[in-house]
Design a protein around this ligand. Structure first.
Ligand code: SF4
Length: 117
């Protein structure tokens, strides 16, 4: 079976076609301009992951931008965002500080993407 998807690894947004067997194994990928597209299609069709970016509250009420340090399973995004929204961060915060450790038991930390006083 052929599955169609769009590569989201860069702004070019290459249209990809992946041949998938009855067990869900990706047999081939076409339409990609570079290897990242092939890797994206293989991951997206088997175990999709995303980097989560949002803001966390600080104790002063000022939001600080945060993101997961690595991509997390797509199925865990809701839990990750919920955990970040329930967190109240002490100031000051430096870019790269860990805001939530091992978010939603993914093994991935959430870090600040900007410093805040
Ligand atoms: S296949 Fe390569 S060039 Fe095309 S969108 Fe993905 S990363 Fe960009």
């Amino acid at each position: 079976m052929t599955k169609e998807l769009t590569c989201i690894c860069c702004p070019m947004g290459c249209p990809l076609k992946a041949e998938v067997d009855e067990k869900g194994n990706v047999l081939s990928v076409t339409g990609n301009t570079c290897i990242r597209g092939e890797n994206y299609a293989k991951t997206e069709l088997v175990a999709p992951v995303r980097i989560v970016t949002t803001t966390a509250k600080t104790k002063s009420g000022k939001p600080v931008p945060v993101k997961t340090k690595e991509a997390v399973p797509k199925s865990k995004i809701f839990d990750v965002v919920k955990e970040i929204k329930e967190t109240s961060v002490d100031l000051p915060v430096k870019m790269g500080d860990v805001i939530v450790r091992n978010t939603a038991d993914t093994g991935v930390d959430v870090v600040a993407t900007r410093s805040a006083e």
